[in-house]
Design a protein around this ligand. Structure first.
Ligand SMILES: NC(=O)c1ccc[n+]([C@@H]2O[C@H](COP(=O)([O-])OP(=O)(O)OC[C@H]3O[C@@H](n4cnc5c(N)ncnc54)[C@H](OP(=O)(O)O)[C@@H]3O)[C@@H](O)[C@H]2O)c1
Length: 307
């Protein structure tokens, strides 16, 4: 990356999509993670560099070499269940990486991908004005990181994103998003148990990448906290049924269940995001985030050919 490009810290499901979109816009992008991602975008302009972002000296060295103009913090740990079991490690990993990059990146614009889990789930929707109040360890770690970052650097944007979905190949090993896990399992004829009492506003990963790139690259002022959710508020069970219908799997394979006692038990009941700001910013006002039906339809063909 020549001086002035973008550093994407985290090469997972969301980070690679953001890197691809930035490269498509002509940005030179360096994706970093501890291990090389299995599915790095083959887009011209994207390259990978090993980095443990909790290592302050390594962040300093990389930043001094690349001198990025923009930094996207989209690193893990992202597994809500793992964070619940390791709350202190989750806070330490997230906050250390953010503090290191804030210190190392000088006057670069820093954009952190945060989460709807900073809310406790008591309201059907959360705007940028809703006071955060996390109900699980993952949400607490992300909120602490937001606060640390907003207090540490001048040009910071916290983009809180609702449940992100998109394509992942059948051979990925472990699917990182609910949509892909549902689609692959349903197409294999396996039942999918999904809570009917956990509500989100799912956002297509390409739309998340589009908004991230627009917010990151605009020269216009951007509010420090922005929300990004899709237009539809759906329960996990309803979302799984839409996936079944669109990929052509039998809808009766979806088994609605209460979230208590499942791996979703620590998720708040409502983690839906609404924005009172995105539609009014010149950089993002024209971006239409897909609804679940349109999003599922746009992805169905890619799943159907694999299974
Ligand atoms: N997916 C969603 O629905 C969603 C929604 C809202 C917010 N987010 C946020 O977006 C971020 C990424 O989510 P994701 O779904 O893309 O997660 P992911 O697929 O698990 O990717 C996480 C990435 O971070 C890297 N990483 C972890 N620790 C690191 C470290 N110390 N230094 C450098 N890289 C490190 C991982 O690679 P290595 O392990 O090899 O280092 C991996 O490439 C998370 O912070 C999450 O809170 C995600």
């Amino acid at each position: 990356m020549s001086a002035g490009g973008t550093l994407v810290v985290g090469g997972g499901f969301v980070g690679t999509a953001v890197a691809r979109r930035l490269a498509e816009r002509g940005e030179a992008v360096t994706v970093t993670s501890r291990r090389r991602p299995g599915h790095l975008p083959d887009t011209r302009g994207v390259r990978w560099q090993a980095l443990d972002a909790t290592d302050a000296e390594a962040c300093d060295r990389l930043s001094a070499r690349l001198r990025p103009r923009r930094v996207v913090l989209v690193h893990g740990p992202s597994d809500v269940t793992w964070c619940e079991e390791h709350p202190e490690r989750a806070v330490a990993a997230h906050t250390a990486a953010a503090a290191n990059l804030a210190a190392a990146a000088g006057d670069a614009r820093l954009l952190m991908i945060s989460t709807d889990n900073v809310f406790d789930g008591s309201r059907p929707g959360n705007t940028e004005d809703t006071p955060p109040s996390p109900a699980n360890a993952y949400g607490r770690a992300k909120l602490r990181t937001e606060e640390r970052l907003l207090g540490a650097a001048a040009d910071v944007v916290v983009l809180r994103v609702s449940l992100v979905y998109g394509h992942e190949p059948a051979d990925a090993g472990k699917w990182l998003n609910f949509f892909a896990a549902c689609a692959h399992r349903l197409l294999r004829g396996e039942p999918v148990t999904a809570p009917h009492d956990q509500w989100t506003t799912p956002a297509h990963v390409d739309d998340v990448a589009e908004v991230t790139a627009a917010v990151l690259c605009t020269e216009a002022p951007v509010p420090p906290v922005l929300h990004l959710g899709g237009p539809d508020r759906v329960s996990r069970a309803a979302w799984a049924s839409v996936v079944a219908e669109e990929v052509g799997a039998p809808p009766q394979l979806v088994v609605p269940t209460p979230r208590a006692g499942t791996r979703y038990a620590s998720r708040p009941e409502n983690t839906c995001l609404r924005s009172s700001l995105l539609g009014r910013l010149p950089a993002t006002e024209a971006i239409a985030v897909r609804g679940v039906r349109e999003g599922a339809r746009s992805l169905a063909a890619a799943f159907g050919t694999e299974c």
